[in-house]
Each structure stands twice: as structure tokens, then as C-alpha cells.
Design a protein around this ligand. Structure first.
Ligand SMILES: Cc1ncc(COP(=O)(O)O)c(C=O)c1O
Length: 352
């Protein structure tokens, strides 16, 4: 630690969901990945590779990918930014727009990377607690003189969704930056994209990791005002996205219908799992995402998590304030959800 700076010394590192090695023998419902593979067309892309496409540097402004995003979402290219996962975009927002004299607000619970990034860049932050139903009060977010608010909608890890009208009303009277993280928006709820024409303090962030089944690719994108996008472009590394990432991203957008079909199945299976879990006595928060957040009045979440892990079923337990009674379960394929359900029943019987 001899060479560590103060921010690094204070940093509690982001803890991702476990990535077990023996992927075929386990059921992995712990990282909100998509259980369906990417579109077949993704795997034909090698036909488009030329010798020079890999021996020369990629397009630093991701022109084709941005054109495709622009056409799909009807947002001008000057209002689009592409990054190495939405995590890189979040990191660039800290580096570009925030300073140690600023205060940022982070509703709790939330995607924990926001806090990790605030610590690593030395930006003071305050958690804004949700109520006991995990709903955030916009009144509370208006308090204090904050420079930015990081807001996932649907929320991670609860799956709660806030109406876009509510967000619009808040942003109109807020003078800071509102970062609307829509990592899970393809699984439910309405996007804030349509608010871009009326707000210059809104950044909408999206990812290919969840609905497009491309978590391994590392590709995220953001929509905002031309001035904010220009700031991110200046701050980024010259070649932040490889040639392959840009190419595969464009193919995934062409295959938009394949993505929405899978999202539809996941939404149906979310309803299925919710109903089955409720029959088992769990309280399930109404989710708009590709996961559910559940608690049981009788059985310890931590014990259930460990017992399922012993059976080769990985779900997510958060050892964090107010979350220790809860489990987050990613919506996998129906057959895997059925195995999960029978394992939970077996574990519950063994406790009696
Ligand atoms: C709310 C939220 N935002 C962003 C991300 C990260 O997305 P990416 O894979 O694009 O970095 C996650 C990942 O779990 C998430 O839950």
C-alpha cells in the first residue's frame, strides 16, 4: 500500500456476482445475465472481418454504431456516446463533470458501483434512504445542494420502477445532473429517452449486457445533450471501443426483434417465478427488471443462499444494511427456475 493514494486507501471495492468456472454444471442466477445466447447473426460476423480491420486502429468516434443507435432510438448522433460497458460511461461522468467540492446523491439501495466510483474519484456522496417498501421520495432528492443524482430505473437490486412523468417533473426543477441508468429498461417500464428534447441535465445510460445477451462484449451507450456528450468524448480514451465491439454492437441492433422476443419470454417467466415464490410464502417486490427481489418471514435469506449454492444454484445475497433479509434472483430459463423452486422447497422442508 506504499504507493496507494488516499482515495484508493478509502475504497471499498465493487463486489461482482460470483463467476463460477464450471458453468455447465451450475445454475447461474446471480448476475442478471441473459439466459439466452446472442442472436445467431453475431456469430457470422467473421465474414465481415478483413485483414486490415484488425491491424489498424478502430474508428475512435464509433460512427457506424452511433448511426445505427440514432436510427433505432431516433436520437441525433450528436447526442449519443458509446462506452466500454455502461460502467465506463459512469466512470467518465465522474471524471468529466464532478469535483471533490461537489456533493452527489445516491438513492439506497442501488447499483453499488456508484458509491465505489465516488470513493475512487474522491467525490463526496450521500445515500438517500428509500422507505420500507424500497420507494424513494423525490422530495428527499431535492434537499441539499447536490451536483448530480445517480438513479437506476428500474432500480437495481429491487426492480422498482418510477414513472417517467415523475422523473421529468423532478428534473425540470433540479439544477444538477440526473443520471438515469436504464440497464434493465427492456424488461419493463417506459424509457426517459423522450425527455431528452426538453431537458439538458439528463443522461440516459443503456447497456448491451442484459437484454441483448452481450455482457461479455462490454458495450454501453448514453444519450444526453450535445454539450454533455462532447464532454464525454473529450475525456474518453481515443480508442475506447474495439473494432469487434463496434461491429457486433451494430449487428445486435439489426437483430433488435430477437432481443425483444427474449425479453418477452423473460417477462413471462418473471411473472411465473413471482407467483410460485408467493405460494411458497415469499414476499416479492413488483419487478420491472430481469430479476426479482424476495424475502421470507420465516427462513433466513443468508441460509437459503448458502444451501442453494451447495446445490449448485447461484443467486445473489447482499451483506449490506437493510438487505440482509433479501435475495435477488435473476430470471433464467423456465427449466432452471423449476429446479430452483424444487430446491427451495426441499431446503425449506429440511429446516422443519
Ligand atoms: C443498474 C446497472 N447499471 C449498470 C450495470 C453495468 O452494466 P455494463 O455491463 O454495461 O457495464 C449494471 C450491471 O449489473 C447494473 O445493474
Amino acid at each position: 500500500m506504499k504507493f496507494w493514494n488516499q482515495n484508493l486507501k478509502n475504497l471499498s471495492p465493487y463486489v461482482p456476482g460470483e463467476q463460477p468456472k464450471n458453468i455447465t454444471q451450475i445454475i447461474k442466477l446471480n448476475s442478471n445475465e441473459n439466459p439466452y445466447p446472442p442472436s445467431e447473426k453475431i456469430f457470422t460476423c467473421t465474414n465481415e472481418l478483413t485483414r486490415t480491420s484488425l491491424s489498424t486502429y478502430p474508428d475512435s468516434s464509433c460512427s457506424q454504431l452511433k448511426n445505427d443507435l440514432s436510427e433505432r432510438y431516433q436520437v441525433p448522433v450528436s447526442q449519443i456516446f458509446c462506452g466500454n460497458g455502461s460502467d465506463e460511461i459512469l466512470s467518465l461522468i465522474f471524471r468529466s463533470f464532478l469535483a471533490p467540492e461537489d456533493l452527489i446523491l445516491i438513492p439506497y439501495p442501488n447499483y453499488t458501483l456508484y458509491e465505489t466510483l465516488a470513493q475512487s474519484y474522491g467525490i463526496p456522496y450521500r445515500s438517500v434512504q428509500s422507505d420500507n417498501q424500497f420507494m424513494i421520495s423525490f422530495k428527499k432528492l431535492a434537499e441539499g445542494n447536490s451536483k448530480a443524482i445517480f438513479f437506476s430505473n428500474p432500480n437495481a437490486p429491487t426492480g422498482r420502477f418510477y414513472a417517467i412523468e415523475q422523473i421529468a417533473e423532478f428534473c425540470h426543477s433540479y439544477s444538477g445532473l440526473f443520471i438515469l441508468d436504464e440497464a434493465y429498461i427492456d424488461f419493463g417500464g417506459e424509457s426517459g429517452i423522450k425527455l431528452l428534447s426538453e431537458l439538458d441535465n439528463l443522461i440516459v445510460i443503456r447497456t448491451f449486457s442484459k437484454s441483448f445477451s452481450l455482457a461479455g462484449l462490454r458495450l454501453g451507450y448514453a444519450f444526453s445533450s450535445p454539450s454533455i456528450i462532447e464532454g464525454l468524448k473529450r475525456m474518453k480514451d481515443s480508442y475506447n471501443l474495439s473494432y469487434l465491439t463496434q461491429l457486433l454492437g451494430s449487428i445486435a441492433i439489426q437483430e433488435y426483434d430477437y432481443m425483444t422476443q427474449n425479453a418477452k419470454i423473460i417477462i413471462q417467466d418473471r411473472t411465473y417465478l413471482t407467483q410460485k415464490m408467493e405460494v411458497l410464502g415469499f414476499t416479492v417486490i413488483n419487478s420491472y427488471a430481469n430479476f426479482i427481489f424476495v424475502t421470507h418471514p420465516k427462513y433466513s435469506a443468508k441460509k437459503l443462499f448458502s444451501s442453494l449454492k451447495e446445490e449448485g444454484i447461484f443467486i445473489r445475497y447482499f451483506d449490506q444494511p437493510r438487505l440482509t433479509d433479501y435475495l435477488r434472483i435473476t430470471i433464467g430459463k423456465r427449466a432452471d427456475l423449476d429446479i430452483l423452486l424444487s430446491s427451495i422447497q426441499k431446503i425449506m422442508r429440511s429446516y422443519q
